[in-house]
Design a protein around this ligand. Sequence first.
Ligand SMILES: Cc1cc2nc3c(=O)[nH]c(=O)nc-3n(C[C@H](O)[C@H](O)[C@H](O)COP(=O)(O)OP(=O)(O)OC[C@H]3O[C@@H](n4cnc5c(N)ncnc54)[C@H](O)[C@@H]3O)c2cc1C
Length: 425
Amino acid sequence: MKQVSYWHDTAPAFTGAEQGSLPAQADAVVIGGGFTGLSAALALARRGASVVVLEADRVISGASGRNGGHVNNGTSVDFGSLAERLGLDHARAIYRAYDAAVDTVERIVREEQITCAFRRGGKIKLAAKPQHYEKIARGFEILHREADPDTDLVPPKNTRQEVGSDRFHGGLLYKKSAQMHMGQFGAGLATAAKRNGARIYENAAVTGLKRLSGARHLVTTGRGGVTANQVLIATGPSMRGPFFYFRRRVIPIGSFIIATEPLSAAQLDSIMPTRRTATTTLNIGNYFRVAPDDRLIFGGRARFALSSPTSDLKSGQILEATLHETFPQLGKVRIDYCWGGIIDLTADRLPRAGEHNGLFYAMGFSGHGAQMSVHMGQQMAAVMGGNASANPLRNLPWPAIFGHFGPPWFMPFVGAWFRYKDKIS
Ligand SMILES: Cc1cc2nc3c(=O)[nH]c(=O)nc-3n(C[C@H](O)[C@H](O)[C@H](O)COP(=O)(O)OP(=O)(O)OC[C@H]3O[C@@H](n4cnc5c(N)ncnc54)[C@H](O)[C@@H]3O)c2cc1C
C-alpha cells in the first residue's frame, strides 16, 4: 500500500516552477499554490498583471491534491438552516455561488483544455438513519423551491438503485454536482497560470509580511523578498507563516482517504451503479466515488486528529473496516492507497473571503472547497481589480473563535460531541 495521495501518484507533476531568487517587484503576490492561489494567479495573469505565486511546498501539496475528488454543488450546511440564519436572499446567493463554482471549474477545464476526467454525474447525499431521511425530506421542499430545482428525493425503497448497501435509507440527489481527477486538474491549472505569465515559486514558504502602504507589502521567504502592490492569502489551514489573524478563525482538522485496487465492472455495478459522488449524513460520516481507473475512493473523518503518516494509517484502518461494513459484497479488496489532509474549518462551515488590513484572502472552505476554491480564486482576482461585488462571501461577519489560537486543542471534545450527536440523531 502506498501512503501517498492517489491524485498525486497518478498525474504528471507540475514541472514549470521558477528557479533562483524572487523578482524584486510584482503587481500581485499570491501566497499558497493550491486551487485558490493558482486560480487567482491564472485570472490575474490573464488580466495582464505581473503575478508571483509563493508556495511553501509543491503546488497542490495541500488539500487541493489530497481530497476526495468531488466537485459538488450545494452548501455543507443544509439550505433551510442557512436561510433561517442569514435570510432567504442571502442564503440563496451563497447557494448559487456553489452552483457557479462548479460552472467555473467546468469553464476553466474547457478553456485551458485540461484533461482531468471532469464529469457532471450528480451527487447523492445518503441518509445514514431512517430519521435522517425524514429530515432530508423536510428540508427538500424549501431547497427545491427556493434554491435548486435540480435536486430530487431518493426514497428509501429506491436506495439500491443508487448505492448497493443496506446501510442507507434514501437520500437527496444533487444533479449539478461533478467529479474530476484532482491531480490532473491541479497540474493543468498551474500550467495554465504559467502559460498566461504567472511565475510560480515552490519551496518558498512565506515567513514575513510588512505593510508598506495601503495594500502594498514586502513579502519575505527563505528565497528572498518581493514587494507587491497587492497580496492574496490563499494558504488554507496554514500552520506556518505570519497569519495569526486567520489562524484564530480557521480550525485545522484532519480528513482521511483510502483507495482500493481497481475493481471489475461487475463489482462497481454492485456498489455504485450510477457512479455519482456520495456523502453520508453523519457528522463522522463518509464520502466516496469511483476513480477514473475504477478504484473506490473512500474517505471520512474517521478520527479527530491531524494528518501524519502514523495518523493516516490508523484512520485508514478505520476506513477499511467501514468500507467492508458498507459494501460486504466486495469481500476482501486490496487497499492500494492511504493518505490524509487538513481541512480549513470555520465555525459555521462557510468559507470567508475579503480584505483585512490591506491583505486580500480566501479560505475556510471547510472540507467542501474543491469547486469554491477555484471559483473564489477567480472572484478575488476580480475584487483585486476593483470589483468588490464579485465576492459572494463579502457580507459574512468573521469573529475570532473564542479560545482558539492555532493548534486545535479542543478537537477531542468536539469529536466526542459529534459522536454523541450521531448516536442520538
Ligand atoms: C482529505 C480531504 C478531502 C477533501 N475532499 C473534498 C472533496 O471531495 N470535495 C471538495 O469540494 N472539497 C474537498 N476537500 C476540501 C478541498 O480540497 C479544499 O477546500 C480546497 O482544495 C482548498 O484549496 P486551497 O487552495 O484554499 O487550499 P490548499 O490546497 O490547502 O492550498 C494552500 C497552500 O498554501 C500553502 N501554504 C501554507 N502556508 C504557506 C506559507 N507560509 N507560505 C507559502 N505557502 C503556504 C500550502 O503548502 C498549500 O499548498 C477535502 C479536503 C481534504 C483535506
